[in-house]
Design a protein around this ligand. Structure first.
Ligand code: 4NP
Length: 149
């Protein structure tokens, strides 16, 4: 099983989801591999944004080793699930899947019934509180998503 987490820049939300997923799966000893990618190309090759690295490390999910890449056409063939951090990410992923084809199933990360909202807020231009809020949602929702598979 291969899962790709996607956000806009691949420097805040989706690397955080990848960081949480790889810790959770190690605990479950499941055969699942992860990656993350962004829809935009602005931050290719960069590590996650410093405030998100800080929050992730503090919560026990260090992500300093990750580096940003852009979503590519072969992702829709390679991954079983592509998981969007917000509704606009999902709309763009639907458009790309129509274009490229592929087996990947598309999903939102959050389930509003469980997590109270549908979008993980984009913290990029926000303050530290927003990084904690986004990370907290991701930390809850990633194990919930994995359990549903
Ligand atoms: P992310 O946050 O999608 O969670 O990685 C963002 C990072 C960068 C930008 C937007 C969102 N940006 O516009 O550069």
């Amino acid at each position: 099983m291969k899962i790709l987490f996607v956000c806009l820049g691949n420097i805040c939300r989706s690397p955080a989801a990848e960081g949480v997923a790889r810790v959770v799966v190690k605990e479950l000893a499941e055969e699942i591999t992860f990656d993350s990618a962004g829809l935009g190309n602005w931050h290719i090759g960069k590590p996650p944004h410093k405030p998100m690295r800080q929050v992730a490390a503090e919560k026990g999910y260090p992500i300093d080793d990750l580096s940003a890449r852009q979503v590519k056409s072969t992702d829709f063939q390679e991954f079983d699930w592509i998981v969007a951090m917000d509704s606009s990410n999902l709309e763009e992923l639907k458009r790309l899947k129509d274009l490229y084809g592929g087996k990947a199933q598309l999903s939102m990360l959050l389930d509003p019934k469980n997590h109270g909202q549908k979008d993980v807020p984009d913290p990029y231009y926000g303050d530290m509180d927003l990084f904690y809020e986004s990370f907290g949602l991701i930390e809850r929702a990633v194990p919930d998503f994995l359990r549903k598979l």
